[in-house]
Design a protein around this ligand. Structure first.
Ligand SMILES: [Zn+2]
Length: 257
């Protein structure tokens, strides 16, 4: 045993060495207000619920007040126009700069959301989290998509997938996070590749689907896009457009809910 007791030390903030000193809503008040009439979407991956948080009003204790009221709140403010429009189903154009800001916001929410699962070790590394805060850097091998859900809803969940490379099992680990906030659907995928394969090009496959009609690629940025995509996700069961098909499209791995 050391001279101090780890267990009594407050947890550090996800993004800096400061202790966690406040419980915060994952979504800010103006988003919660916009979500008042939203219904929760519960989607099953394999045998278990994939939902990390099924109530948008859940509070989390994972960041310090300084981060929360500083850069995190500034990043949200910078995205407010676009997020508010999309949550409320107002079509809008997204410039490359808008996509860059939205990606940083989506990755921030993804990092916060995964900390709601106290059983599973965090996927994103301390270095990746600090780089987002300090240099606005998006983790390497990250892809982000936007879609539209036809009704106003709420969902936040994630899946882990491990990949084999040249017969080495678990040579890659990807974390796929999907959240639905109002009419906004966001999916974030980050791939970690280990050991001798770390610098190789690695691709992982998802289930077949008309993803180019239903999802806009916003990271890596290709060019200006217009939300919504041509095809929307629906709550109708048993059809290809069902929201579960996009949430589950990487269902090649292990549920982490
Ligand atoms: Zn902090």
């Amino acid at each position: 045993m050391g001279w101090y007791d780890n267990a009594s030390m407050p947890r550090p903030c996800l993004f800096c060495p400061n202790p966690v000193d406040s419980a915060e809503h994952i979504w800010s008040d103006w988003i919660l207000d916009d979500l008042k009439l939203a219904t929760a979407v519960r989607v099953t991956i394999g045998k278990a619920e994939s939902v990390w948080v099924d109530n948008p009003e859940v509070k989390i204790e994972c960041v310090c007040r300084k981060c929360n009221n500083g850069w995190m709140s500034a990043l949200e403010e910078a995205n407010k126009l676009a997020i508010r429009a999309i949550i409320n189903d107002d079509p809008c154009g997204l410039t490359k700069r808008d996509q860059d800001k939205l990606t940083r916001w989506a990755v921030l929410k993804t990092m916060v959301l995964e900390s709601c699962n106290s059983v599973r070790p965090l996927f994103y590394t301390q270095t990746e989290r600090e780089a987002l805060k300090n240099t606005s850097s998006i983790p390497a091998r990250t892809l982000v998509w936007l879609g539209r859900f036809s009704v106003k809803a709420f969902h936040a969940g994630g899946t882990d997938a491990w990949g084999e490379i040249e017969k080495t099992p678990k040579a890659s680990h990807s974390c796929i996070t999907t959240f639905v906030v109002g009419h906004l659907v966001v999916q974030v995928l980050t791939l970690h590749v280990f050991g001798q394969f770390a610098n190789e090009n690695v691709s992982i496959g998802c289930k077949m689907g008309d993803w180019s009609s239903s999802l806009l690629d916003i990271w890596p940025i290709v060019g200006p896009v217009r939300w919504p995509p041509d095809v929307s996700f629906t709550a109708t069961r048993g059809v290809p457009s069902n929201i579960a098909t996009v949430i589950n499209r990487w269902e090649i791995g292990e549920d982490i809910g």
